[in-house]
Design a protein around this ligand. Structure first.
Ligand code: FEO
Ligand code: CA
Ligand code: CA
Ligand code: CA
Length: 675
């Protein structure tokens, strides 16, 4: 049940200063400990990571992947850790979104040729990269004042781009899902670019597929072989080009060659037996993948009822017995949409121990909605249903065939529904105190958010003379955080009320830009990760923040108010020649008592992924891709962009850290915003 009104939640640390040190900086009185790094072994027979690029491809099936991202802590006393009894031992489940190839192989990727002739010539490098993507399940336990992971736990598991996965829900077994791997469209192989995440009330994890489209190879020669519908879909999702990492170009005679050719989404038709026919393979990616961390033998399932897009994550709303369950979701690209999924049936607490069978009940039968934000501060959820509101075979942009087609092409259905184009939706978070939903809109550029297209929910267009990377950028380079309250507190409501909680900006900027009146203790740019502690404390993480010449990416703690606590505000935008005033709705200015910088990461990293133990005394945070921007000179380790976390001349590694308070207290704040 929901907690009562706010009491006294107070930040318990002094703000950390912006800095560009190659280390994790936390407040005085706190300790950050490295827990789980790229390459760390997860079984007893895998050797320690050498971190010089020579660790074998096969060994990576039992090592931490790269680019740690979204994560969740499941207490090991049972699936329901809400009683706080399981803070000493749990399962940490996390995504490995992508790779930094420079540091994964001896001297980077081996590639011959260039452009559309570029080829990966060392298949083992590609196999290593397959394993370095995906998900980790690791057991962690308290050890004195901090935590460690168990290298030999039977729960430890990797899910990768090679794992067999079931397609479940309304789009499974559609003719649009048939591939050489699954002639009835009921399965696919692997998951990729798992960005943020979600969890369920029955103790399972959701790994969300974000920038999957870029991994597929589909050259322009394929266009002539495809239908108008297929081309409209490929264009809307960006399935074209050589394929990031060039996986489809690798070949091997000694192993199953389709592990490479499945990344080729072209209609090949060159083999007589159809073994190379992966024309539909891209339709089997772009979903939320349910994983049962408590059952290592359970096959993961892609839950197609939740729609296919560039999923950032899926955030569970308030769980009330008898009421439907809701997950809020964002599609992270410029001018994309915010969605929610509402289960058909109400929550039955007896399902808490049913694992993936509960997933079949709540995640395969429900309604996908997309959000429209109105100029008067109200909003609407529009259902994406075949046959309704322009989502029909007669639609001029895309002739929808059935509900499977609607879910596979959710972006096109949302276009037809007239949803609001947002400035890149990233993470969401649901306030445990009052059920209000927050979502980061990380940034937009002047091509996608023009002065003319500013609206109440995406209200800023400005020139930041010293934006991300220290260079001038126009549009909304610093991003903002929107929030909404469902009508009547009902998760299945079709209308809501919204405002903008915070605007990213550099302290000292014009108040039409620094709308939230940020100071040097709490200024930030490009909000991305977002997470509510059980106390009602909100954590904000940044990706490629502005002023990377003066600060690395960071994490801040906020004590939020509620939707509507700041009122209407008119922002005056200018491109230098023309001005446009936009009336929006803003949260109360936080001030330094309610918003402070808690952490700054090492060089060239992103701070993303956060989980806490039920007692609120340990916070797990992911440090993603330190040193990724600098191209290394392998004969001179001092040229590496970062040496975090191992120091010396080492290659940088993405890693999970655990943060504890030296006096054993709760992280970030004392007290509670609820009862
Ligand atoms: Fe993977 Fe939108 O961040
Ligand atoms: Ca992100
Ligand atoms: Ca981002
Ligand atoms: Ca990143």
């Amino acid at each position: 049940a929901m907690a009562g009104p706010a009491r006294s939640l107070k930040l318990n640390f002094n703000a950390v200063a912006k800095n560009i040190a190659d280390m994790v900086t936390v407040p005085v009185g706190y300790t950050a400990t490295v827990l789980y790094r790229l390459g760390d072994p997860i079984n007893a027979s895998t050797p320690e990571y050498r971190n010089d690029g020579t660790d074998s491809a096969e060994s990576f099936a039992f090592r931490a992947g790269d680019h740690h991202d979204g994560m969740h802590y499941f207490g090991l006393r049972g699936r329901d850790d809400s009683d706080g009894s399981s803070s000493n031992r749990g399962l940490l489940v996390m995504n490995h979104e992508a790779i930094t190839p420079s540091y994964l192989h001896p001297t980077g990727q081996t590639i011959s040729g260039s452009g559309s002739s570029a080829m990966r010539t060392v298949p083992n490098e590609v196999i290593k990269e397959f394993h370095a993507h995906g998900v980790s399940v690791i057991e962690v336990r308290k050890n004195r004042s901090t935590y460690e992971y168990r290298g030999d736990s039977a729960y430890n598991r990797r899910i990768t781009t090679l794992t067999d996965i079931v397609l479940s829900g309304p789009a499974a077994r559609s003719p649009m899902m048939i591939t050489a791997y699954s002639k009835d469209g009921s399965r696919t192989r692997g998951t990729v670019n798992n960005c943020a995440n979600g969890y369920t009330p029955w103790g399972t994890y959701l790994a969300c597929e974000e920038n999957w489209a870029g991994y597929f190879r589909r050259l322009s020669t394929d266009d002539a072989n495809r239908t108008a519908k297929e081309l409209a879909s490929f264009r809307r999702y960006g399935v074209s080009g050589n394929g990031r990492e060039l996986w489809a170009t690798a070949t091997a005679s000694s192993s199953d060659d389709t592990i490479f050719s499945r990344w080729n989404a072209m209609k090949l038709g060159s083999s007589s037996n159809g073994s190379d026919d992966f024309r539909n393979v891209a339709n089997t990616y772009g979903w939320n993948v349910e994983i049962d961390p408590f059952n290592p033998k359970a096959t993961p399932k892609k839950r197609t009822a939740m729609g296919r897009f560039a999923h950032e994550g899926a955030w569970l709303g308030p769980v009330v017995p008898g009421r439907p369950l809701v997950w809020y979701m964002g599609c992270d690209s410029r001018n994309e949409y915010i969605y929610k999924y509402v289960s058909d049936v109400g929550w039955d607490p007896r399902d808490a121990d049913r694992g993936m069978a509960a997933g079949d009940k709540y995640l395969d039968h429900g309604t996908l909605y997309v959000a429209r934000f109105n100029a008067d501060g109200s909003g609407n959820w529009i259902p994406l249903l075949f046959g309704h509101g322009g989502i029909t075979p007669a639609n001029p942009a895309y002739a929808f065939g059935d509900q499977a087609d609607v879910l596979i092409n959710a972006r096109l259905a949302a276009d037809a529904a007239g949803a609001t184009k947002m400035d890149r939706p990233e993470w969401g978070a649901v306030n445990p105190v009052n059920g209000e939903v927050y979502m980061t809109l990380t940034n937009s550029n002047s091509a996608s958010r023009t002065l003319a297209s500013t609206d109440a929910a995406n209200p800023r267009f400005y020139n930041d003379p010293k934006g991300p990377g220290g260079t001038a950028q126009r549009g909304n380079p610093n991003g903002h955080i929107i929030r909404w309250a469902e009508q009547g507190g009902n998760v299945a409501a079709t209308s809501f009320k919204w405002d903008v909680f915070l605007f990213g900006a550099r302290a000292g900027m014009d108040r039409n830009i620094n709308v939230s009146n940020l100071t040097s203790a709490n200024d930030f740019s490009r909000p991305d990760g977002l997470w509510f502690a059980r106390s009602g404390l909100l954590w904000i993480q940044t990706d490629d923040g502005a002023y990377t010449d003066v600060t690395n990416c960071m994490m801040l703690a906020a004590v939020p108010g509620r939707v509507g606590d700041g009122g209407a505000k008119t922002i005056v935008n200018t491109d230098g020649a023309t001005t446009k005033s936009v009336t929006t709705y803003v949260g109360a200015e936080p001030g330094e008592s309610k918003l402070r910088r808690f952490l700054v990461g090492p060089k060239e990293c992103e701070i993303t992924g956060i989980a806490e133990t039920p007692d609120g005394r340990a916070l797990f945070v992911n440090i993603q891709h330190p040193g990724e921007d600098t191209r290394p000179n392998y004969t001179d380790p001092s040229s590496y962009g970062s040496h975090w976390p191992d120091g010396g001349g080492s290659r940088p590694r993405s890693a999970t850290i655990v943060i504890t308070k030296n006096d054993g207290g709760t992280i970030g704040a004392e007290g509670n915003a609820g009862g």
